[in-house]
Ligand binder design. Structure first.
Ligand code: GAL
Length: 664
């Protein structure tokens, strides 16, 4: 398990490089990532290439025993290139260009930019082809950051029409699939289709869903230019891309075949503030939400079903969330441990040194702008020493939680309530699992689902007959399945089928949805489950049971007495259906019952912020709170890092299982 750092030699004088690199070695750094925004330094004038500075930096790093990951510099096309080809710029839905002056200002579908990408990537790859210190490449940087997956320019319009032609073949199939009789949206030819530009009211949901899919696929297609060029030059390099947390528009599953390694960028105190409908608690402002970060770890691990890396780890305070509190003392070490516990093999801190220029001056590095160590440096150093001792295999999870961008997009296109949010809904179940120390794979519904004792399918909104069959056969052979509210409601075109929800799942659920409603907090939001009363939030269904037994019912409101939660025996397993969005206590009860049926062992329910995660025979206890906690590990546990007192924002590790751990 190793630690790395992102470095920008182009921001510092050469005199400084040697000292920086020596200090990296002192901190136990093994990987250095460079080059992602360097195009205007690499090619200051069209065709005038200067890579010697980057070669020197790579050599210096290599001479000190560290390895380099280079990035293709395409996230920031230089000004001269934009002036040569203004059509490279992305456009907003109202036609406003996203001008030069920041980053990510290019369109994935621009033919001119695709050619330029081919040229610059080939040139860099050839230059470093035999360099022994370069072990891998990151393509571009954070596809979609600043909401740039979707673009509405003319190149996208042309490409979208082609994409639709390919998918539907003739326009009448599209009219049929989308349902264009509504509001007079019938089209006569593919030429009549535009990207969903600015309109008076909302767009057709089927058109939007296809546009979201098309845009996500455009990024995948664009990425393939990089991977094809790099592999053609040196097939030994690994190729990765750095994805983002709780990110809505970029579909990681499209990239998995073409990348050797999945990495993502983790900024816990930022995510807790800007990527959740619920306000961040004081502890979350200092260290983030372990389940928000953990679910992304598990998603990016699940995407390729192998270890992943954190390519950018928050190093201290950052510039972009609404507020930038200093992380709790030790949090930068805690995050590295937490990532490794969830299956990361390498954690790369962003960035080495606070930058003295440009947009990110208010972003910490491991070193301060004067070069002296900052708070994160000591944490990274400690993490590198502690994690360097470990050589671990993968996480072995008993439970799969299904995740899919189609469901995210379709429910966000028609959220039906101001606070419907796919990630938060899904995380309610994930939290229930993680608060009892259960390991989780977050996986795409089309992945191999055999081998799990239990599967949770949150808001499986679009369901095909094939997926329904797969789930049925898993349950028949003994898997315990929990399906949640809004499932089976739509077909693949984001249209209601002519059956009631949960559509193709009704057979295994043993019930159908009679009514659904979104419910503001002024109205009754109460159900009974197993003799207890619980509250829920935002979304409810009234179920009409057929074969299924009713285990939870609505009380109060106009749905009083209707079934809310059901269970149905199917072969050797059961299918539970939870027709409300539960608050934490109810999610815990429903999930605990699922785990009981599946025979999965678990701990007592740990408080928010305290989590245990098991990987390859080792257990981490991570404390994202400002109060120390005491734990009692299993009798045969052997402490590896720390002991049974887990300090504020601390992490301890023992050899032994997680499920026998208790809090004192
Ligand atoms: C990431 C990005 C980095 C840097 C960082 C700041 O999203 O990849 O280049 O901007 O955020 O936290």
């Amino acid at each position: 398990m190793t630690v790395g750092v992102c470095y920008f030699p182009e921001h510092w004088s050469r005199e400084r490089w040697a000292q920086d690199v020596e200090q990296m070695v002192e901190a136990g750094i093994e990987y250095v990532r460079m080059g992602e925004f360097s195009w205007s330094r690499i090619e200051p004038e069209p065709g005038d290439i200067d890579l010697s500075w980057l070669e020197d930096a790579v050599s210096l790093i290599g001479d000190h025993g560290m390895r380099t990951i280079l990035c293709t510099p395409t996230a920031t096309p230089p000004k001269w290139l934009i002036d040569q080809h203004p059509s490279i710029l992305q456009e907003e839905p109202d036609g406003t260009p996203r001008h030069y002056g920041s980053r990510r200002h290019y369109c994935f579908n621009s033919p001119a930019y695709r050619d330029e990408t081919h040229r610059i990537v080939s040139m860099m790859a050839e230059r470093f082809a035999d360099n022994p210190h370069v072990v891998g490449w990151q393509t571009d940087n954070e596809y979609g950051c600043h909401e740039t997956i979707r673009c509405w320019c003319n190149d996208c319009a042309r490409a979208f029409r082609e994409w639709l032609r390919e998918k539907y073949d003739d326009i009448n199939s599209l009219n049929e699939a989308w349902g264009t009789s509504f509001w007079s949206q019938r089209l006569r030819s593919f030429e009549e289709v535009d990207p969903p530009r600015h309109t008076a009211a909302e767009h057709h949901p089927s058109r939007l869903l296809d546009y979201y899919r098309f845009s996500a696929e455009s990024a995948v297609e664009y990425n393939a230019i990089h991977t094809e060029r790099l592999r053609a030059v040196n097939d030994d390099w690994f190729i990765t891309h750095n994805f983002m947390g709780d990110f809505n528009s970029c579909d990681v599953y499209g990239f998995t075949e073409d990348l050797d390694l999945i990495t993502w960028d983790s900024y816990p105190t930022g995510f807790a503030q800007d990527r959740r409908p619920d306000a961040a608690s004081p502890d979350e402002l200092r260290a983030g939400d372990p389940d928000q970060v953990g679910m992304n770890h598990d998603l990016y691990r699940g995407a390729k079903q192998q270890p992943f890396w954190v390519m950018e780890q928050q190093p201290g305070d950052v510039n972009w969330p609404p507020y930038a509190p200093q992380p709790g003392e030790g949090a930068m070490r805690l995050w590295a441990h937490h990532a490794v516990a969830h299956g990361a093999d390498t954690v790369v801190y962003f960035r080495w040194r606070r930058c003295r220029e440009g947009q990110e001056q208010y972003h910490a590095g491991l070193r301060k702008q004067d070069g002296s160590p900052d708070r994160g440096y000591h944490d990274a150093d400690k993490a590198a020493t502690e994690l360097g001792e470990l050589d671990l295999g993968p996480v072995d999870a008993d439970v799969a939680v299904l995740h899919d961008y189609d469901n995210l997009w379709a429910t966000s296109i028609q959220p039906h309530a101001p606070d419907w949010e796919y990630w938060t809904h899904m995380r309610q179940y994930y939290r229930a699992l993680r608060s009892r120390s259960v390991q989780v794979d977050v996986v795409h519904p089309d992945w191999d689902l055999s081998g799990y004792d239990a599967i949770i399918a949150p808001a499986l909104h679009l369901v095909s007959e094939d997926l329904a069959k797969t789930l049925k056969s898993e349950v028949e052979s003994g898997t315990e399945l929990l399906i949640t509210v809004r499932s089976g409601a739509k077909d693949q075109y984001n249209k209601l089928p002519d059956t009631s929800a949960p559509g193709p799942l009704a057979d295994i659920v043993g019930a159908t949805v009679d009514q659904h409603e979104s419910v503001p907090e002024e109205l009754d939001r109460t159900v009974t489950y197993d003799g207890e009363t619980y509250s829920y939030r935002t979304f409810a269904e009234w179920l009409d049971p057929d074969e299924a037994s009713v285990v939870g019912s609505h009380i109060g409101g106009v749905g009083d007495g209707y079934a809310a939660i059901t269970e149905n025996e199917v072969g050797a397993g059961h299918v539970a259906y939870c027709g409300i969005w539960p608050e934490a206590d109810l999610a815990d009860s429903v999930v605990s019952d699922l785990l009981d049926r599946a025979g999965i062992s678990r701990t007592e329910r740990f408080p928010t912020g305290v989590r245990a995660a098991e990987r390859d025979g080792y257990t981490w206890v991570t404390n994202f709170t400002s109060d120390p906690v005491s734990v009692t590990p299993p009798a045969d546990a052997r402490w590896l890092v720390g002991d049974n007192t887990v300090g504020a924002f601390g992490a301890v590790v023992y050899e032994g299982v997680a499920s026998n751990l208790s809090l004192k």
